[in-house]
Design a binder for this molecule. Structure first.
Ligand code: ATP
Ligand code: MG
Length: 262
C-alpha cells in the first residue's frame, strides 16, 4: 500500500513513473528497484528511508541521472531522461543536480578550493570566474578560512561542508544527498542539517537518504522504501527545524548550569 503525498501548485521537477532497476550478476538478477513512481516539486524537502538493501541508493542514482532505469519513464523538468545518452545525462547532471555522498568523495590531493572549483571546469567559465564562484560557495558553508587545506587537514564535518559547497557551486536546482550525516557525530550532523535547511529556505529542492529518524524529522515529506517499492509517501506534519534544536540544546545547557549552581 502506498499513500501519495499531496500534489501542489509548485512546478514539477522530477516525475518518475513505474521505474524498475534490475542488475544482472552472471546467472542471477537483482531487482533493486521494482516499481517506483514519485513526483518531486520545486522546494520540496524529502527524506527517503528504508532498510539496508531496499533500493535507496539505486533510486538516488537514477534520480541523479548517474544511472538509468531498466524500465519506466523519468521526466526531469519535462525532458525524458530515460531516452538520454551518456553525454546528455552528464549535461543534465552538471547543470541541474548537486550530489552529496556519505563518504564525501573529495579528491585527496587537491585543496578545498580546487575540489569545489572542479565541477565548473566543464562549464566553459573562465578560471578567474570559477575560482571566485568556488570561493563564494566555501564562504557560504563557513569555510572561507580553509580554502588551502587538503581534505585530510579538515574535520569530518568540514569535509562534508566542502562536499556541499562542491554540490552547490554550479547552482543546481536540486540537491541529492545519500546518507550525508552517516559518517558524522550527532553535533556535526546537526550543523550539516542546518546547512540543508538554509538551502531549502533559499528555494532549493532537497532529497536526502537517511537511516536516522532524528535526521528524517527535519524533512517535510518522508518516503519509505522497502524491497524496491514505496511503502509510504507522507507529508511530515511537524518538521523540526535544525535551528530550533540548537535553542533546545542551549535551554538544556542553561538548566544544567542552573542545576549545577544549586
Ligand atoms: N551495481 C550493483 N550490481 C548488482 N547489485 C547491486 C548493485 N548496486 C546495488 N545492488 C543490489 O541492489 C539492492 C539495493 O541496493 P541499494 O544500494 O540501492 O540499497 P540501499 O537501500 O541503498 O542500502 P543501504 O542502506 O545499505 O545503503 C541490494 O540488494 C544490492 O545488493
Ligand atoms: Mg545506500
Amino acid at each position: 500500500m502506498s499513500t501519495q503525498a499531496t500534489t501542489n501548485d509548485k512546478p514539477l521537477i522530477i516525475d518518475i513513473r513505474n521505474i524498475a532497476k534490475t542488475y544482472v550478476m552472471g546467472e542471477e538478477e537483482v531487482r533493486a528497484v521494482k516499481d517506483i513512481s514519485i513526483q518531486i516539486y520545486k522546494n520540496d524537502y524529502v527524506a527517503i528511508m528504508g532498510p539496508s538493501g531496499s533500493g535507496k541508493s539505486t533510486l538516488m542514482n537514477i534520480l541523479g541521472c548517474l544511472d538509468t532505469p531498466s524500465k519506466g519513464d523519468y521526466f526531469f523538468k519535462q525532458d525524458n531522461v530515460s531516452d538520454m545518452d551518456d553525454d546528455e545525462l552528464a549535461e543534465i547532471r552538471n547543470r541541474e543536480i548537486g550530489f552529496v555522498f556519505q563518504t564525501f568523495n573529495l579528491l585527496p590531493r587537491y585543496s578545498t578550493l580546487k575540489n569545489v572549483e572542479l565541477p565548473l571546469v566543464y562549464s566553459g567559465m573562465s578560471k578567474d570566474k570559477r575560482l571566485e564562484q568556488a570561493e563564494r560557495a566555501l564562504v557560504n558553508v563557513g569555510l572561507g578560512d580553509r580554502m588551502d587545506h587538503k581534505p585530510n587537514e579538515l574535520s569530518g564535518g568540514q569535509r562534508q561542508r566542502v562536499a556541499i559547497a562542491r554540490a552547490l557551486v554550479t547552482e543546481p536546482s536540486i540537491i541529492l544527498a545519500d546518507e550525508p550525516t552517516g559518517n558524522l557525530d550527532t553535533k556535526t550532523g546537526d550543523e550539516i542539517m542546518k546547512l540543508f535547511e538554509e538551502l531549502w529556505m533559499k528555494g532549493n529542492t532537497i532529497i536526502l537518504v537517511t537511516h536516522e529518524p532524528d535526521i528524517a524529522r527535519h524533512a517535510h515529506r518522508i518516503i519509505k522504501v522497502r524491497d524496491g517499492m514505496i511503502e509510504s509517501d507522507l507529508i511530515n506534519p511537524n518538521p523540526v527545524s535544525a535551528f530550533d534544536k540548537k535553542t533546545f540544546d542551549i535551554a538544556i545547557n542553561d538548566s544544567t548550569v542552573v542545576l549545577e549552581q544549586e
